[in-house]
Design a protein around this ligand. Structure first.
Ligand SMILES: Nc1ncnc2c1ncn2[C@@H]1O[C@H](COP(=O)(O)OP(=O)(O)OP(=O)(O)O)[C@@H](O)[C@H]1O
Length: 227
């Protein structure tokens, strides 16, 4: 994998009181690169992901996005970064029940100040690319689990973020559905140059990444490049 570096972490620790969840983590993510972190439950995968996403403050170490250290950014700059340059996918989609599929998808663009018409048009285009354009007027309660995860993927990518952080993005789906959603997610991310950092229990999911890391008791290790 070539590419310029978009996210880099060195010597990152994260503790919750006496629990040392992440120990001296080093990771570099290139532009458009897909990296997966696998590991047992409680090994610290989600803690590291949320640290790298600027959601949880690291106890020690340095994290840089496009060469700017989080330590040099104030809270407002960090939240702008999260909102405009990052996307997020969680295990259960976490769509807003009162909004339509199209409105849910357009949310990052609306939060970034884009007008409703162009935001909905961009949402419709991404939903089409994920094969669910015909569901755009429905509410989340009126779509299946797999469709709902595709909407979550559409919402994470609609503003063409630099990085998507995905925590068990297909963990709620059966294996056939999980494989299809993951493939569509990564193919769309790669086509727009968005890097993806995904956390998973599932080796089949990790096998789709360009680079694999494993996490054991808070320690991150590169498992070897797959591409
Ligand atoms: N908010 C918190 N307060 C205290 N301890 C926490 C908190 N969140 C996580 N932990 C602890 O930190 C450690 C790492 O948890 P984390 O959720 O990062 O692991 P994980 O590998 O993502 O697990 P899973 O695969 O089960 O989601 C665990 O020992 C967990 O109990």
């Amino acid at each position: 994998m070539s590419t310029s570096e978009v996210l880099a972490a060195t010597g990152v620790d994260l503790s919750y009181g006496a629990t040392h969840a992440v120990r001296d983590a080093h990771i570099v993510l290139g532009r458009g690169e897909v990296a997966a972190i696998t590991g047992a439950s409680g090994s610290g995968k989600s803690s590291l992901l949320y640290c790298l996403a600027g959601v949880l403050p690291a106890t020690r170490g340095r994290i840089e996005f496009e060469k700017r250290s989080y330590g040099d950014l104030d809270d407002e700059e960090i939240s702008t970064l999260r909102r405009e340059r990052f996307g997020f996918v969680f295990q259960y989609g976490e769509l807003l029940p009162e909004l339509t599929i199209e409105e849910n998808t357009a949310l990052p663009l609306r939060l970034a100040g884009k007008k409703k018409g162009p935001a909905l048009a961009a949402a419709a285009e991404v939903l089409d690319r994920l094969g669910i354009g015909d569901l755009r007027e429905r509410r989340p309660s009126q779509v299946s689990g797999g469709q709902s995860q595709r909407v979550a993927v559409a919402r994470a990518l609609v503003h063409r973020p630099a990085v998507v952080f995905a925590d068990e993005p297909t963990g709620s789906l059966d294996s056939a559905n999980a494989a299809a959603v993951l493939q569509e997610f990564l193919s769309l991310a790669r086509s727009q140059g968005t890097a993806v950092l995904l956390v998973t229990h599932d080796p089949a999911v990790a096998a789709q990444a360009d680079r694999n890391y494993t996490m054991t008791d808070g320690t991150l290790q590169l498992a070897g490049a797959a591409a």
